[in-house]
Design a protein around this ligand. Structure first.
Ligand code: SF4
Length: 267
């Protein structure tokens, strides 16, 4: 547990022993909402705990205020097998902060599942990953001191922790980890775009990854996704981001789970 070594720090419940166990925030069956496999029925395993603190985090209860139950890997696999899906998405939070994500991926690979790992790209692990969905965080992800976590005043009135904001800014990019992910796995680079001002930074970062990695990063492997965790928010960004993707030759990715279900829990 590299991020929060004490299970209590993750707000945990259930199994206290972390060996062979993962802190699970949600496990559910739905359609993949983003990226190349958008629309594919998948089982989502959402781990709790993240090394970053993006202000727009759409899985707030895995990062800013983590909540979860500890499940051992046998329980996780059994729960996955209850659903009729060939695809498993290991997401978070940041699933690769957890050592036990590797043996989970090995078990899923042995069972014949296609696995996608959704990661912020700051950590590389050797594991059987079929698709690395890497979402590097731009400077616009860093919370400013006066910004609250979900963009609206939180009910508890708690403001962003400035130490967390500084750590986020220091750790949000690791070019070596990004290059190794691109080299070792079939990869999509997925960027949350808040507006046109993000594009020069995305272009520069894509070029830096291309320079650092021995593998090719095609324009079609660079995905632009509109920022927004509600239909109303997406209405304001969707068309702009689609036009930016068209202009750059990058791929646009929808957020189907927001379009279809307004990002309700378990979707
Ligand atoms: S990296 Fe992902 S899970 Fe972590 S704070 Fe950012 S958006 Fe949330």
């Amino acid at each position: 547990m590299p991020v929060d070594a004490d299970p209590d720090d993750l707000g945990g419940a259930g199994v206290a022993d972390t060996e062979d166990a993962l802190p699970i925030n949600e496990l559910f069956h739905s359609l993949q909402g983003e990226g190349r496999l958008a629309g594919v029925p998948s089982v989502f395993v959402r781990t709790s705990g993240c090394n970053l603190r993006c202000w727009f985090c759409d899985s707030y209860r895995t990062s800013w205020e983590p909540a979860h139950a500890w499940l051992d890997l046998t329980e996780v696999v059994a729960e996955i097998e209850r659903h009729d899906a060939d695809h498993v998405v290991l997401t978070g939070g940041e699933p690769l902060v957890h050592d036990e994500s590797v043996p989970l991926l090995e078990r899923l690979d042995a069972a014949g599942y296609h696995t996608t790992v959704e990661t912020n790209g700051t950590i590389h692990r050797d594991a059987p990953i079929d698709l690395a969905s890497v979402s590097p965080k731009l400077s616009s992800s860093t919370p400013s001191a006066d910004l609250v976590a979900d963009g609206t005043p939180r009910s508890d009135g708690k403001s962003v922790d400035s130490a967390a904001a500084e750590r986020h800014e220091a750790e949000r990019l690791d070019l070596n980890a990004l290059a190794r992910l691109v080299e070792d796995y079939d990869t999509q680079l997925k960027f949350v775009v808040t507006g046109p001002d993000d594009l020069p930074e995305i272009d520069r970062l894509v070029e830096r990854v291309r320079d650092a990695a021995s593998a090719t990063v095609a324009d079609a492997d660079v995905l632009l996704m509109p920022e927004g965790t509600t239909r109303e928010a997406l209405d304001a960004t969707r068309e702009t981001v689609a036009e930016l993707a068209l202009d750059r030759g990058y791929r646009y990715t929808p957020r189907l789970h927001v379009d279809l279900w307004n990002d309700a829990p378990g979707t």
